[in-house]
Design a protein around this ligand. Sequence first.
Ligand code: G1P
Length: 292
Amino acid sequence: MPIDIAVVPVAGHGTRLLPATKSQPKEMLPVGRKPVVQYVVEELTQAGIRKLLFITGASKTSIENHFDFDERLINYLRETGREDELQQLAFERQDIEYFYTRQRRQLGLGHAVLCSRSLIGSQNFVVALGDSIIGINAQSDIVRRMTDEFESSGADIVVAFEEVDRSEVFRYGIAHPRGAAGERFELADLIEKPSVDEAPSHLAVAARYVFSPAIFEALDETEPGKGGEIQLTDAIRILLKRGAKGVGMTLPASERRFDIGNYESYFKSFVEFALADPDYGAALKEHLRGLL
Ligand code: G1P
């Protein structure tokens, strides 16, 4: 059966984005016109995902509200003839089932994924981190390519990667490819947030994964790692060590990842998306020219 379910962890505190994230989720910060998580959902639905399971936490209810039908707003816009604005709510009508569960203790990304176990059961599934957009306006079909790869190659794990600067490797999970790393490569190992000297490559985990349910058994055995947290990277490592087949897929330059986890990349992402806006991009470009 084709993979049609994705787990979207959105439980993190967003401490690197305080004070903006004190009472609102970082996944609801706007990038251009839409909140980050809306792009993630659009990307996933384009890839054939029909069921979305959010792993949420305290102060995250606005994510649930965002994907609900807002009858009052719809009626108001309809009655006042605001067709353009009504069009902006088209995403509410997508044919998707939403599920929400809380990560009741903040024990790390691996633990957040483990919270999806009962709902996922014996299905293969996608994990898409809710604070990363792939491709400008989420125009990437990397998830579709990853699920195709998973199904056609008999891989147990497929992970998306992007080339990062040497100075950035300490922020990410870093691939140890077996042999040369091209657009698609075999994953020998993976290290969470290594130092520059420890890093086996400059290929960073880019927030999209495909798993079989075997990941849950590995997560069960995963001890707290970097930052004292149960790391998804460490569970993948356990499976690779046991001979699981891991495939890495490198994002092409046209499908860059926009990371909303810190202010530097958030600001850059916002400006890039705003510049690409069909109505306001050109005026913004002029304005920026004047400022610079
Ligand atoms: C997580 C993962 C890391 C990955 C990153 C991508 O880290 O643990 O392997 O490279 O997401 O966004 P976090 O950003 O939650 O610290």
